[in-house]
Design a protein around this ligand. Structure first.
Ligand code: HEM
Ligand SMILES: *[C@@H]1O[C@H](CO)[C@@H](O)[C@H](O)[C@H]1NC(C)=O
Ligand SMILES: *[C@@H]1O[C@H](CO)[C@@H](O)[C@H](O)[C@H]1NC(C)=O
Length: 318
């Protein structure tokens, strides 16, 4: 009896050690001594990028999401394919879709110049994401740092663990849950669709076949997304303010103007309706909850300590 109790508690503490160790070593001050200019370098580069093209703030945010959901926030998405290496860039959710890689390259070059072999690509992406959101008028948050870069990538995990725009609500909830994120986190992080653009093929079935859609909105979107052809034609995820990070995404959902099927399922008579309605009326609550959820997403399975490496070039393993 006593020994099985001891065994129980030893097991329990090992389990909790394991669960906590994921982000134990991340700290906002991780580079304070080794690369004090890091935050300024990233902010200036993001400011230049977003001034050149506002959409880049959105593109970098999506890059971070697609990195974190595949083997954790380890910059695996940044690795290029080679003759002997299959990365994540050609996975279905990423191919001809994720963008912003050159912005990360520019930042990495400047950071290497200032602090050689010190700052990971995974941390650069986390900081650049926060700065992009701020530059488009969104909330700020303190970014825990100390992630290291993967030496591997997984195209198959990128194909299977990222949600598709055709997903229903239960699939979205379970895919986020598989990453340790709640249904509430899923709904607030989907608010990232207050900025950026989507291609016709991702919302075609929504605008032609969904019933929960405002007719005039469907008509507007059909004009530039024909039944066949025009697959890559773009439409803003938030019609009102595609370059402004605000709560209008939720106002759109309440008006049945979600662009993606996976957007509108958050407000179609299911479990997330009340939260969507709440955020549609409360920009401050959305901002606050989005910032907190971004920190949680950024904590998904980072490589820390001596795991992984500090990549010299974000596109290739050292
Ligand atoms: C809930 C499940 C999600 C699905 C099914 C989904 C799906 C998509 C799709 C299909 C696009 C358009 C891609 C294209 O046409 O090339 C897109 C764009 C985007 N997504 Fe998501 N997404 C989800 C969650 C998120 C989350 C959690 C974030 C960030 C917190 C995010 C941020 C973005 C941004 C910013 C864009 C625009 C990117 C750009 O303009 O370059 N998405 N998403
Ligand atoms: C949601 O989609 C999944 C996968 O396509 C399917 O197996 C499931 O039955 C769907 N759930 C509901 C409630 O429609
Ligand atoms: C709409 O649904 C019908 C019936 O399932 C299908 O044949 C058609 O291809 C769909 N149209 C689009 C644009 O998705």
């Amino acid at each position: 009896m006593a020994s099985s109790f001891t065994h129980f508690f030893v097991t329990l503490s090992i389990v909790s050690l394991f669960v906590c160790s994921a982000n134990k070593q991340l700290s906002p001050n991780f580079y304070a001594a080794t690369c004090p200019t890091l935050p300024t370098i990233v902010r200036n580069a993001m400011s230049q990028a977003v001034n050149r093209e506002k959409r880049l703030g959105a593109s970098i945010l999506r890059l971070f999401f697609h990195d974190c959901f595949v083997n954790g926030c380890d910059a695996s998405i940044l690795l290029d394919d080679t003759a002997t290496f299959t990365g994540e860039k050609k996975a279905r959710p990423n191919r001809n879709s994720v963008r912003g890689f050159k912005v990360i390259d520019t930042i990495k070059t400047r950071v290497e110049h200032a602090c050689k072999a010190t700052v990971s690509c995974a941390d650069i992406l986390a900081l650049a994401t926060r700065d992009g959101v701020v530059l488009l008028g969104g909330p700020s948050w303190t970014v825990p740092l100390g992630r290291r870069d993967a030496r591997r990538a997984s195209q198959s995990a990128a194909n299977s663990q990222l949600p598709t725009p055709f997903s229903n609500l239960s699939t979205l909830i379970s895919m986020f849950s598989a990453k340790g994120l709640s249904a509430r986190d899923m709904t607030v992080l989907s608010g990232g669709h207050t900025i950026g653009q989507a291609q016709c093929f991702t919302f075609r079935s929504r605008i032609y076949n969904d019933t929960k859609i405002a007719p005039n909105f469907a008509a507007t979107r059909r004009a530039n997304c024909p039944v066949s052809g025009g697959n890559s034609n773009l439409a803003p995820l938030d019609k009102q303010t595609p370059n402004r990070f605000d709560n209008s995404y939720y106002q759109n959902l309440v008006a049945q103007r979600g662009l993606l099927h996976s957007d509108q399922v958050l407000f179609n008579g299911g479990s997330q309706d009340a939260l969507v309605r709440f955020y549609s009326n409360n920009d401050a609550a959305f901002s606050r909850d989005f910032a907190a959820a971004m920190v949680r997403m950024g904590n998904i399975r980072p490589l820390t300590g001596t795991n992984g490496e500090i990549r010299r070039n974000c596109r290739v393993v050292n």
